[in-house]
Design a binder for this molecule. Sequence first.
Ligand code: NDP
Length: 231
Amino acid sequence: MSEPRSVLVTGGNRGIGRAIAEAFLALGDQVAVTSRSGGGPDGALHLTCDVTDAAAVEQAFVDAEAAHGPVEVLVANAGITADTLILRMSEDDWSSVIETNLTGTFRLTKRAAKGMLRLRRGRIILISSVVGLTGQAGQVNYAASKSGLVGIARSLTRELGSRSITANVVAPGFIETDMTAVLSDEQKAGIMGQVPLQRYGSVDEVASAVTWLASPGGSYVSGAVIPVDGG
Ligand code: NDP
């Protein structure tokens, strides 16, 4: 088996992030998970870190590196929604989502790049959403934050590619987690009607795309957007 890698997954205490962390643990990697409320899968290092706080992001990397060495795989997964139609969308609805989903990812990738440039290798994987590609009524803030991740990954690809660092986006469709549990039955039926595979996705189906991008098999893929959305 290959050497265990130092992996950092944000938002790794539940939902998609937790499944991603578990998948890396199953491969034998050393995994640090972060969240605001703490916790995570057994076998991972659990760190408290709000991605809207630059000092907390720095501290999380320091702690992960002290335990596992320089972060070689970053999965920027932490994200929130604050859905409402544009005329009702407040400044706070806009800025809280942008600050967490987009600016948080900027902070994480900037800090991760520092160590990866020294290592001369690395995998950066950003968890976006199909909504970032298609748009969605009631999600102007969320869609803007998620499409921005494509710009980050493609720019990092050009900036860091010569050092064997890849940056890719995974764009899940409807996955059953706490985030989607709050949707009404009517909203869920509307989404399902547009999914050719006619079912919701599982957190494990997202995790397998992420671990593939981080695997030797994904080594020549960078700047890509991989949909995991049932078609
Ligand atoms: P959940 O709501 O289940 O989990 C969100 C995770 O992010 C939690 O671990 C949460 O932990 C963490 N988090 C939220 N805000 C912050 C913050 N400011 N700092 C640090 N951690 C934070 O969501 P999902 O698992 O469903 O979603 C994970 C990602 O996948 C998100 O980026 C989401 O946008 C994306 N996605 C989800 C889809 C779905 O259908 N579920 C579809 C497409 C994309 P805590 O609250 O403890 O901080």
